[in-house]
Design a protein around this ligand. Structure first.
Ligand SMILES: NC(=O)C1=CN([C@@H]2O[C@H](COP(=O)(O)OP(=O)(O)OC[C@H]3O[C@@H](n4cnc5c(N)ncnc54)[C@H](OP(=O)(O)O)[C@@H]3O)[C@@H](O)[C@H]2O)C=CC1
Ligand SMILES: CC(C)(CO)C(=O)C(=O)O
Length: 331
C-alpha cells in the first residue's frame, strides 16, 4: 500500500493491526487519546499471540498523534478502530481533516458502522472490514491476540499486507458481518460470566444460552434473506446445534474450530472491567430491533442486553453471573 495509513482510534485492535502494519514497513500513524499516547511513549508496543510469537516496536519506530488534524492530514487510508458508539465522532474528524480521496475501512464489530461512515462521508471510498480474532490490552503497551482467524476486508478496498496477519478480501461484507454478529452474541455472555472464553464455553449452561440467542438471530437473518458467512468449515447455521451437544462431544468438535488461548475473553468483558460503555446496542440490540421489525421473538437476547445494561449502570466490572440467572423467569 502506498501512502500513510492512519489508525483512527488506537486501542486494542488499532494498536495490534497498526503495529503489525508498521512492522511490515507501512507508514502508519496511530491517532490516540493522550493516555494511550503516553503509554506508547513510555513502553512502545509489544504484540504477542496465542501462536507464540512476540514483536516489539520501540516508541521511536512509531508515529503517534493525539491531534486529529495532524494525524489525518496526509492520510491515504484510514482504518476506523473506535468502538461503535464513537463512529459518528470519528467520521466528523475524517470529514474535517482527511484528504477527500483517502479510503476508509471500518474494522469494527456490528452491522452498521461502514454504512454510518458512508452516510457521514459522502463521495469518499468507504469499505467494511471484519476482525475475527480477539485482542486484549494488557497494559504497558502490551496487546495479546488470544484467538485465531483472519482479517476480512471488502473486495475493492486498498490491499493490505502485514506480518502475522491473514488478510482476505470478500465481496459480500453483509454476509461476513452477519456471520460475525452470530459469533459476537457470545460477547455479552462472556462479559456477564467473568470467565475466560475457554472456561465459559466449557460450561454447557452458558452454551445453551448462546445457542438460544443465536437461534433468534438466525431466524432474523433467514427472514431477511441473509446467509451468514462462516469463518470455518462449519456453517454458522449449525452453531446452535453444536453448542447444545454434551461437553465431551462439544470438546471433540471444537478442537477443529477457532483456536482460543487460555486467557482470551471478549472485548465486552474488557469494556465492563474498564467501566467503558459496551457495544451491546450493536450486537444484541441489533437482533432485538430487527426481530421486532419482523414480528419475531428475541427474549433471550433481550435478557442478555438488560443484564449488560445493568452491569454498565452498576460500573462494578463483570457481575460474574451464574448462567441460571439468565434463564427464562419461571411464571
Ligand atoms: N478487542 C477485540 O478483541 C475486538 C474488537 N473488535 C471491534 O473493534 C472495534 C474496536 O475495539 P477495541 O479495539 O477493542 O476498542 P478500544 O476501546 O480498545 O479502542 C478504541 C480506542 O479508540 C480511542 N478513541 C475513541 N475516540 C477517539 C478519538 N476521537 N481520537 C483518538 N482516539 C479515540 C478510544 O479511547 P477512549 O476509550 O478513551 O475513548 C480507545 O482507546 C470495536 O468495534 C470492537 O467491537 C472486533 C474484534 C475483536
Ligand atoms: C473475537 C471475538 C469474537 C472474541 O469474543 C470478538 O469479536 C470480541 O471480543 O469482540
Amino acid at each position: 500500500m502506498s501512502g500513510r495509513i492512519v489508525i483512527a482510534g488506537a486501542g486494542s485492535i488499532g494498536c495490534f493491526v497498526g503495529g503489525l502494519l508498521a512492522l511490515g514497513g507501512e507508514e502508519v500513524v496511530l491517532l490516540a487519546r493522550p493516555r494511550m499516547a503516553g503509554e506508547i511513549a513510555a513502553h512502545g508496543l509489544t504484540l504477542t499471540s496465542f501462536e507464540g510469537w512476540s514483536e516489539t516496536l520501540g516508541a521511536s519506530r512509531l508515529h503517534v498523534e493525539t491531534d486529529p488534524a495532524a494525524a489525518l492530514a496526509h492520510a491515504a487510508l484510514v482504518l476506523v478502530t473506535v468502538k461503535s458508539g464513537a463512529t459518528e465522532e470519528m467520521a466528523a474528524l475524517i470529514a474535517a481533516h482527511a484528504p477527500a480521496g483517502a479510503a476508509v475501512i471500518s474494522l469494527q464489530n456490528g452491522l452498521n458502522n461502514a454504512a454510518l461512515l458512508r452516510t457521514a462521508l459522502p463521495g469518499r471510498p468507504v469499505f467494511a472490514g471484519m476482525v475475527s480474532f480477539n485482542v486484549l490490552h494488557e497494559g504497558q503497551g502490551r496487546f495479546h491476540r488470544g484467538t485465531s482467524g483472519p482479517l476480512v476486508i471488502e473486495a475493492g478496498a486498498p490491499p493490505l499486507v502485514a506480518p502475522h496477519l491473514d488478510i482476505l478480501a470478500h465481496p459480500d461484507m453483509a454476509a461476513v458481518l452477519a456471520g460475525k454478529l452470530v459469533y459476537n452474541l457470545n460477547n455479552g455472555l462472556n462479559a456477564l460470566s467473568g470467565l475466560t472464553l475457554r472456561q465459559q464455553l466449557a460450561d454447557r449452561r452458558w452454551r445453551l444460552l448462546l445457542a438460544a440467542a443465536q437461534d433468534e438471530a438466525l431466524a432474523v437473518l433467514r427472514a431477511e434473506g441473509i446467509q451468514p458467512w462462516s469463518l470455518g468449515k462449519v456453517p454458522v447455521t449449525r452453531f446452535p446445534r453444536i453448542l447444545r451437544l454434551p461437553n465431551f462431544l462439544f470438546r471433540l468438535l471444537s478442537r477443529r474450530g477457532v483456536r482460543i488461548d487460555a486467557s482470551a475473553r471478549s472485548s465486552m468483558w474488557e469494556d465492563l472491567e474498564r467501566r467503558r460503555p459496551t457495544e451491546i446496542d450493536e450486537l444484541q440490540g441489533a437482533v432485538i430491533a430487527r426481530a421486532a421489525a419482523l414480528g419475531l421473538p428475541a427474549p433471550v437476547n433481550r435478557r442478555i442486553a438488560d443484564a449488560i445494561r445493568a452491569a454498565e449502570a452498576a460500573a462494578a466490572g463483570s457481575p460474574r453471573l451464574d448462567p441460571d440467572a439468565l434463564r427464562r423467569p419461571r411464571s
